[in-house]
Design a protein around this ligand. Structure first.
Ligand code: NAD
Length: 415
């Protein structure tokens, strides 16, 4: 009985949520939903605006020093949670990258952080004085760690100032913005790298290798889950819930790890995409974006991927690859730390112990520094970011139009 009541409530929510977002199709909708056009913009301003110091930030006791004479100086733009809790402390573990400057709209926060990280006062820029970095030789690269809706604008400004760019994922809001960033990088003759840290994380790297070695045989199924509960918020108080700053749903920010995993574990691009998105009715968090996105991909080999992501479910971060001869399980799969991975083949299970996952943060900094100094190839370039945003466009289109979409190998939709 309980089960039936819950199922019915779920069905009603699906039906009620169907009309609020034109690009979110509902299982209950009779025909194809409207197209992507005509969306209402988010209420959050698409402008770089200073924010308070995030909670619980631990600052260095003594200002860190560059570890090598040829270390690349980075300006960090966007002093929020990820920059302060994860990336900035990890610069000290980089052999060839250091924090040379800060860019913030909150002068008091920049002063506190600048003092702790040893960033001189004249290397603390505001959003208004950003263009002056062009004349600052201490800065060779800009690390963009702003909300997604601001990535393209600030990458273009950084290239115009003659700097290299490390841009956080997701690369930008749509393929056109991604292309603008790539074009600006080419015009400036400067590098563009997307901060896909899992390409530098030991377990994910080993997983890619195992798949290349055919460790599970022909792949039949890939499943990924990226879920968490966003907690009480609105688009005005959490940019991730804002259509204008965060995108169309959890796919861009969190589900992107599932999309990436499906591609680097299968080693293929999808030939077919289907999807569903869900917006619960009456939830102030989801007035502008979907709460849940489920995706099905089929690859040329025949392998199928099932990806699910949400901002409205108990936390989960997993990947599974099932082949004809075994199963690879990663749980958690793409966290900052504590990744667990096992391979089951022929009745035996191997649990991997590959060391400290947190090396991924500094390794990606060194990767860009090496590309700048030695001209080495970037393995997560702007083109990869563009590819993924194209796939997300196809996923949301599949959901909105209630159809399977045939795909080109470059991630664009077939006409
Ligand atoms: P956050 O809200 O904690 O910080 C964003 C910061 O951007 C703010 O503190 C502020 O300094 C600045 N900002 C400027 N204009 C703003 C505006 N209009 N609204 C809100 N903030 C504004 O966000 P975050 O979690 O640090 O995410 C920042 C970027 O880092 C995003 O692109 C996100 O996808 C990415 N990220 C990546 C990872 C990863 O594992 N690679 C993890 C978390 C976040």
């Amino acid at each position: 009985m309980v089960h039936h009541a819950a199922s019915r409530r779920h069905f009603l929510q699906l039906a009620a949520g169907a009309s609020a977002l034109p690009w979110v199709a509902s299982c209950a909708s009779a025909g194809p939903a409207e197209t992507l056009e005509g969306e209402t913009p988010g209420s959050h301003e698409v402008r770089a605006i200073g924010q308070p110091m995030p909670r619980g930030v631990r600052l260095p006791d003594t200002p860190p020093q560059p570890r090598s004479a040829d270390s690349v100086g980075f300006a960090v733009i966007g002093l929020g949670g990820y920059a302060l809790h994860q990336m900035m402390p990890r610069f000290t573990r980089s052999r060839r990258a250091h924090i040379a400057a800060l860019v913030s709209g909150n002068a008091e926060k920049a002063a506190t952080i600048g003092a702790a990280y040893g960033v001189p006062e004249d290397a603390r820029y505001s959003y208004d004085s950003f263009d002056e970095i062009a004349a600052d030789d201490r800065i060779e690269a800009v690390y963009i760690v702003l909300p997604t809706g601001l990535h393209a604008e600030w990458a273009e400004k950084a290239f115009a100032a003659g700097k290299h760019v490390l841009c956080e994922k997701p690369m930008a809001m749509d393929p056109a913005e991604c292309q603008r960033m790539i074009d600006a990088s080419e015009r400036a003759g400067r590098k563009l790298m997307i901060a896909y840290r899992c390409h530098f994380e030991p377990y994910n790297l080993r997983a890619m290798e195992l798949m290349r070695e055919d460790a599970v045989g022909d792949i039949r199924l890939i499943r990924t889950d990226q879920h968490y509960n966003a907690g009480p918020a609105t688009p005005a108080t959490n940019w991730r819930l804002s259509r204008a700053l965060g995108g169309r749903g959890p796919l861009e920010d969190y589900g992107i790890y599932g999309v990436q995993s499906a591609l680097y574990l299968s080693g293929e691009m999808p030939k077919l995409i289907g999807a569903r998105a869900f917006q619960p009715a009456g939830d102030p968090r989801f007035t502008e974006i979907a709460a849940y996105v489920g995706t099905m991909m089929q690859f040329p080999s025949g392998a199928v991927a099932q990806l699910s992501t949400s901002y409205d479910a108990a936390g989960s971060n997993r990947a599974l690859v099932r082949g004809v001869g075994g199963t690879l399980t990663m749980d958690p799969a793409t966290n900052y730390d504590g990744i667990e991975m096992s391979l089951r083949t022929g009745g035996a299970t191997e649990d991997f112990q590959l060391g400290d996952s947190t090396v991924q943060f500094a390794a990606q900094l060194d990767h860009l520094a090496d590309a700048i100094r030695d001209g080495t190839q970037i393995k997560t370039p702007g083109e990869m970011g563009l590819r993924d945003i194209r796939l997300m466009t196809a996923i949301y289109t599949a959901a909105a139009e209630n159809r399977l979409i045939a795909m080109n190998p470059d991630g664009t939709m077939k006409a």
